[in-house]
Each structure stands twice: as C-alpha cells, then as structure tokens.
Ligand binder design. Structure first.
Ligand SMILES: Cc1cc2nc3c(=O)[nH]c(=O)nc-3n(C[C@H](O)[C@H](O)[C@H](O)COP(=O)(O)OP(=O)(O)OC[C@H]3O[C@@H](n4cnc5c(N)ncnc54)[C@H](O)[C@@H]3O)c2cc1C
Ligand SMILES: NC(=O)c1ccc[n+]([C@@H]2O[C@H](COP(=O)([O-])OP(=O)(O)OC[C@H]3O[C@@H](n4cnc5c(N)ncnc54)[C@H](O)[C@@H]3O)[C@@H](O)[C@H]2O)c1
Length: 449
C-alpha cells in the first residue's frame, strides 16, 4: 500500500470536519478529507436541514388550520409522499455536489472509512495516509438499545426517508428527536406514541414549558407514556410490539418503532488505541484547545466530544478553534459561550442558560419572571394557544441567568436573549430597547409587565 503524505487529515466531512478541512486548505496546508457515508454529514443530509423542511411543512398546515375563523377558508393537510419528494430536492444531490466542491478547491477526498494505523497514520480503503495533524470529526451515532428485538428498530435517518407514512408510530425516548419527529408524524396524520423511560421529558428545557408543550401535542393526538423503560420488541404479523416497563408488562403495537434514545460519539470503529487516543465519557478526551490529551498531533471537534452539546453551531465553533490551532499552533482555547438551542415542534420551544432547578442547586439569588403569553395579540392573531416564557434574573446584577420561550418564533427570540446574556445586558436595558413593532422581538417588553 503506497503512503501519501499530507499536512492535515480530517476524518468526517460534516459541519465540523468540513470546516476544518476548508480553513486549513485556505491557509495553504495540504488536506485529505475522509468521508465514509456521504459528504456533508448529518446536518444537511439526515439532521437539522431535512428535519426543518418537514417541520416547516407541518407548521404551515397547522398555522393555516389555526387561522380558521379569521379569514382563510378550508382546511390544509400534509401529503407525506409530496413532502418526501420536496425534502429529497434538498438532500439527494448534495453528497456528490459537496465532494466535487472539495475536489475543485484542491482538497483530496477519500470515501472508505478511516481507521488509525498509528499516531499520525490513517488507512482509508487501499490508501495509507500520513499527516502531522489529524482531526477526528466523525460525529455521533444512535445509542444502541441492548434489548431483545432491537434489530427491528428504525432510526431518525429512516424517519427522514420514509416513502410512506405508517399508520402507527412509536418513539423510544423523550428528547429532541422523539418530540420533533412525533410532531411531524402527528401533523401528517399518524397515530403517535412516545414511550419514555423516566418522568422528565426534554431535560435540557424548562419543565413547566415542556409540560405545556406536551399537553398541546396530546391535543394533536400524541400519546405519552412515562416511567416506561423499553423491555423488548417483537414482531406480530406485519406489525411490531414494543414491550415496556421494568417487567415488560406494557405493550404498544406500532407499524414502525424508532430508537430516539440519544446519540453517542461515533468512535467505535476508529481503532483509537492504535492512534494513542484516550477517551472521556465516551468522546475524544481533549484540552481547551480541542487537542487530544494523549496524542498532541490529534484534534477533535463536533459530536465526537462528549462534554459539549451535540449541536450544529457548537460543532462549527469547535471546528474553528481546531483549524486555528492546526494553522497557528495550539494557542487558541474554546470559549465557554452561552449556547441557545431550540426544539422545532410547532410551536417551537427554546432555551438558553440555566434551568430554574440548576439556579436553585447553585444557591443563586434570582427572580423568576414567567407567564402564559397565549393572550398576547401576537399569538391571538394566528390562533396560537400554546405559548409561555420563563426568565431567571440575577437579583444583584439584573442580568439573565436563563431564558426559556415557548411559542411562534421562540427560536428567534432566544437568540436575542442569548445576545443579551453574552453582552451582559441587564433586563432593565433589554425591556427599554427599541424593537420593530409588531414583532415577537417587541413582545419581550410584555414579559416584564
Ligand atoms: C435528526 C437530527 C436532527 C438534528 N437537528 C438539529 C438542529 O435542528 N439544530 C442543531 O443545532 N443540531 C441538530 N442536530 C445535531 C447536528 O446535526 C449535529 O450536532 C451536527 O451535525 C454534528 O456535526 P459533526 O460534524 O460533529 O458530525 P456529522 O455531521 O455527523 O459528521 C460526521 C461525519 O463523519 C463520517 N464518518 C464517521 N466515521 C467515519 C470514518 N471512520 N471515516 C470517515 N468518515 C467517517 C460520517 O459519515 C459523517 O458524515 C440534529 C441531529 C439529528 C440526528
Ligand atoms: N433541534 C435541535 O437542535 C436538535 C434536534 C434533534 C437532535 N438534536 C441533537 O441530537 C442529539 C440526539 O437527539 P436525541 O433526541 O436522540 O437525544 P436526547 O438526549 O435529546 O434524548 C434522548 C432520550 O433518550 C432517553 N434515553 C437515553 N438512554 C436510554 C435508554 N437506554 N433507554 C431508553 N431511553 C433512553 C433519554 O432519557 C432522553 O429522553 C440531541 O442531544 C441534540 O443535541 C438537536
């Protein structure tokens, strides 16, 4: 096998790997980009983007139907086959286009899975690659459920590619993927069940707003079961049966059952010991420069790090730090920035900073400003009955410790709160700011009434 030498080898071409490869190439370094399952990675092919295409269509239908009695006439429905056709216009050609884009730039692409063959060496199919720097950006993979019949489970990738909509769908898990996909499927007319192992859904979000959202989804027909750990899956003719509860005594029949029990760093097949790479909490163990603690030639970014939230913007920020450190030497540290996040149900739910229980646990002195916003004209105009907010304000500094919003445009409003937290704007300044009117941004003022 002939050895090819590069300045940098990047494993994985998602948000993180793609960014590192591009930045290093632009800085004049020779780059090998290794991608085993479609250039572009999770976000554009199996994650945020196709999910949002589908969530937006569901929202359009719901907004139209919510407007009944305010002018628009008739009712809207979601046609799954048409929706899938539309979704594919965003995804089908992408891996090929992205690979060609890299090749045109002068980045060398390889399509067989990369495996460590030494601290500075990767084997990809018949190619042996060596470099002074390697970046691991192989993303995450669904957590395997070690229960009988788990091979019958489908994944979020399968959901986003379903040619037809099954009549009955069950999700195992009560997090981001279960809620977002349950909402899309319910809006499209499926009978949806969420079977969750514990009491608390969506642990990263405010519990009161989660309860409100779950009640809303229940009205759409989603059924929720708590304290129901998965026990086994069985086939029953063409259907499946999920047995849940400690003794498997609860049964849920469905035509498709999705594993939405979380994702873990995708490192199992890389042969990390041969690369002299240590792990921490199942992810690559790195210092503040995103450099491996055991092999200084190796950096990592994105979902392969277990300590940070597996989100696209986080992957992108980490990748920028890795790229700078490869180009200029390991001097740039990742900053502990506030990270806003959003759940794309309709209505969406978003958060930034601390949860109320976290602020209590830390013994902080803070005020809680909360309310139901469904009565505001912003929501009444569009027939939205599910909206609320909670702000945690430090008693001394009057700065936000956390902000949580449920309702239309929550994903935008939360960005304003994130900016306020980042720039340490206190709530008195925030409420007195000039905002465009009428807008959901302006509605921040109403939170302080
Ligand atoms: C259904 C879903 C919806 C999501 N929605 C959102 C959202 O709305 N907002 C948000 O911020 N985040 C969302 N996320 C999370 C977001 O997609 C990820 O955090 C982000 O894509 C991680 O980027 P990454 O570059 O670390 O990994 P990835 O994009 O997963 O890239 C890793 C790449 O490495 C490749 N690879 C793996 N092993 C090897 C190997 N041995 N050799 C070569 N290549 C390899 C993989 O094929 C993959 O292409 C979602 C995730 C999912 C699953
Ligand atoms: N809108 C977004 O930003 C968005 C959307 C989808 C996914 N994501 C990212 O992708 C990640 C993965 O999403 P997810 O929904 O799979 O994860 P998640 O961490 O949000 O939820 C996983 C759920 O599975 C449960 N669970 C964990 N282990 C289990 C087990 N052994 N048996 C049964 N249940 C178990 C957890 O209690 C939790 O409710 C998220 O953490 C998020 O960062 C983001």
């Amino acid at each position: 096998m002939k050895t090819r030498k590069f300045d940098v080898i990047v494993l994985g071409s998602g948000v993180a790997g793609g960014h590192v490869a591009t930045r290093c190439h632009k800085a004049g370094l020779s780059v090998a980009l290794v991608e085993s399952h479609g250039f572009g990675g999770t976000c554009p092919l199996h994650g945020c983007e196709p999910k949002k295409v589908m969530a937006d269509a569901a929202e359009t239908v719901e907004r139209f139907n919510n407007a009944s009695g305010s002018g628009p006439v008739g009712s809207a429905k979601l046609d799954w086959v048409e929706l899938m056709r539309f979704k594919r216009t965003f995804t089908d050609d992408l891996p090929d286009k992205i690979q060609k884009h890299y090749e045109k730039l002068g980045i060398h692409t390889f399509t067989a899975a990369g495996i460590f063959a030494g601290p500075n060496t990767i084997v990809s199919g018949n190619s042996r690659l060596e470099a002074s720097h390697i970046c691991i950006a192989t993303g995450s993979t669904p957590r395997e459920l070690h229960i009988p019949g788990s091979s019958l489970l489908s994944s979020s990738n399968d959901f986003l590619a379903m040619p037809t909509l099954p009549e009955r769908i069950a999700f195992i898990g009560g997090g981001f993927i279960a809620f977002e996909m349950a909402h899309i499927a319910a809006a499209a007319g499926a009978h949806v069940t969420i079977v969750h192992r514990s009491q608390r859904f969506l642990k990263k979000f405010d519990a009161d707003l989660v309860k409100r959202l779950a009640e809303h989804l229940e009205k759409m027909g989603v059924k929720f079961y708590q304290n129901c750990p998965p026990h086994s899956i069985e086939k029953d003719g063409s259907a499946l049966v999920l047995k849940a509860g400690e003794d498997g005594s609860q049964s849920f029949a469905a035509d498709a059952i999705f594993n939405a029990a979380g994702r873990i760093p995708n490192l199992a097949d890389l042969d990390l010991p041969t690369g002299n790479i240590d792990t921490h909490k199942g992810g690559v163990a790195v210092n503040a420069c995103m450099q491996s603690l055991s092999n200084p030639s190796v950096f990592a970014a994105g979902d392969v790090i277990a300590e940070t939230m597996p989100l696209t913007p986080v992957a992108s920020v980490e990748a920028e730090v890795v790229a700078k450190n490869i180009i200029e030497g390991p001097i740039h540290e990742i900053s502990k920035d506030v990270t806003p996040f959003a759940l794309f149900t309709y209505p969406p739910l978003a958060g930034v900073g601390m949860l109320e229980e976290e602020a209590h646990e830390q013994g902080l002195g803070f005020d809680v400003i909360h309310g139901d916003s469904a009565g505001w004209s912003e929501y009444q105009r569009i027939g939205q009955q599910c909206a609320g907010f909670k702000l945690l304000v430090d008693k001394e500094t009057r700065q936000l410790l956390g902000a949580h919003v449920l309702g239309d445009a929550a994903e935008e409003t939360i960005n304003l709160f994130a900016l306020a937290m980042r720039k340490k704007v206190d709530v008195d300044e925030l409420r007195s700011m000039l905002w465009a009117y009428p807008s959901f941004g302006y509605a921040i003022k109403y939170m302080f009434r």
